[in-house]
Design a binder for this molecule. Structure first.
Ligand code: PLP
Length: 442
């Protein structure tokens, strides 16, 4: 329960008038609050804590790194920590992605992707400086910085800042079968219609002005676990290829094992030119995100200026890299991606069994351990709850206050363009018992 601010707090909380519940400690998949409550972390924070809390191996790796070097300025020095993590990531793509740029968050990875895409066209043997535009999708979430918010298609979050967002970004429909697919339309026809819409957007803005098309491989926070229909990603990449634009996948939430393969694109039969990852990369042991760059893009830089015109004081941070590297070794050694796929299927099945027939559950969808339960006022018409009802946020609060479980309030939230979605993203190491507990409390 949030406490009204009686004594003054210096923290600028999301709600300036209330202090959220205070966590004293966390262990495994449980959070222990100061007031004595024990909460099962079924959201892993914001889909982050994928190996649970207080992992001894990761703590040791960070301590060891502290003994070596805690900080250096990455443009001037390399470290084994940055090298090892990058090598692990590129190897995990069979070398398709050839270079890694480590930053401090998902939004920073998205910003780096946007700048890399733009610079790529300037570095080509015949530069294409007219390429300044990006096409993204409605109801997408790519972050809250000005560049990443410009890319985001989440109306409510954009609204207050609309006048200062970049006009170089435009949006098309997402692949969202529950609301987007027409009656009697099959997957193939749906994909063809969406590909046509993207093609028309390229034509509208000028096909040779587009740097890239950006999508979440599995749509996470704002659509809530929406998996594209088969063939969709391939069709989007084909439109990009036709116009020489880059195909950019934002896997900040869906990547690093969350959907049951290390990279979510592995299940889509496509390889992106640029890929962002973050949450599952460091599992919350460090503030870290990364941009993975395909060899075809790297080639242009290594034969061109050789400089990516982007750096940050903390990029390639040794402690963050060491933590993330060890997190990835834990995931590998404990075969957690396979467990994520297996438990994901089980969790999805339990959700369908328990909630599928509920009159206010419109749709249950997901992949791996990224699930969304979309809540509607009217199951038949799919009418969403009005934004002011704050249905998903109140389920989040009830989970914490009454049921000892943390869930993500996602979906339309104050947007009104789709239903509220309760998003479930537990750690990859959950058991059948944990899945049963989550569903019983959800
Ligand atoms: N991209 C996606 C797909 C996300 O889900 C998020 C965060 O939820 C971001 C980008 C932004 O990441 P961060 O909050 O670390 O800046």
């Amino acid at each position: 329960m949030e406490t009204p601010v009686t004594s003054k707090s210096s923290v600028l909380y999301a709600n300036l008038g209330a202090i959220p519940p205070k966590i004293e400690s966390a262990n495994g998949n449980y959070l222990y609050l100061e007031d004595g409550r024990q909460i099962f972390d079924a959201s892993g924070g914001a889909a982050v804590a994928c190996i649970g809390h207080n992992n001894a191996r990761v703590k040791k790796a960070v301590a060891d790194q502290l003994d070596k070097i805690s900080y250096c300025f990455s443009p001037w020095f390399s470290t084994a920590a940055y090298e090892n993590l990058s090598q692990y990531l590129t190897a995990s793509t069979n070398g398709e992605m050839e270079r890694v740029f480590v930053v401090g968050s998902g939004a920073e990875a998205v910003e780096a992707a946007v700048k890399m895409a733009r610079q790529y066209y300037l570095e080509l043997p015949t530069p294409q400086p007219q390429r300044t535009r990006f096409i993204a999708r409605d109801r997408s979430y790519h972050g809250n910085t000005i560049g990443s918010l410009s890319l985001s298609g989440h109306k409510a979050r954009r609204m207050p800042f609309e006048p200062i967002l970049s006009q170089q970004f435009s949006h098309v429909s997402p692949c969202y079968p529950y609301r987007g697919k027409l009656e009697r339309e099959n997957d193939e026809q749906y994909v063809a219609r969406l590909a046509q819409e993207v093609e028309e957007e390229f034509q509208r803005v000028g096909p040779d002005t587009v740097c890239g098309f950006v999508a979440e491989t599995v749509a996470g926070l704002t659509l809530g676990g929406v998996v594209a229909v088969p063939g969709y990603m391939k069709a989007m990449k084909a439109v990009c290829d036709r116009h020489g634009a880059l195909f950019i996948l934002d896997e900040v939430m869906a990547g690093m094992g969350r959907t049951g393969t290390l990279h979510a694109w592995e299940q889509e039969d496509v390889v992106p030119h640029l890929q962002t990852v973050a949450k599952g990369l460091g599992a919350g042991y460090a503030a870290i995100g990364a941009l993975l760059v395909h060899k075809s893009v790297v080639d242009v830089f290594t034969t061109g200026s050789k400089a990516f015109m982007h750096f940050q004081t903390y990029h390639g941070h040794p402690l963050a890299c060491a933590a993330a590297y060890e997190v990835q070794q834990v995931i590998k050694d404990e075969d957690l991606v396979a467990n994520c796929a297996k438990m994901g299927k089980y969790l999805g099945q339990l959700l369908q069994e328990r909630l599928g027939a509920h009159p206010n559950v419109g749709n249950i969808r997901g992949r791996g351990l990224l699930w969304g339960v979309e809540l509607v006022k009217d199951k038949k018409t799919k009418e969403p709850y009005p934004a002011q009802d704050k249905v998903a946020p109140s389920i989040h609060a009830a989970g914490l206050n009454n049921f000892g479980v943390s869930l993500i309030p996602g979906g339309g939230v104050a947007d009104g363009t789709n239903g509220d979605v309760v998003v479930i993203t537990p750690a990859y190491n959950i058991t059948e018992k944990d899945a049963g507990f989550i569903v019983e409390r959800a």
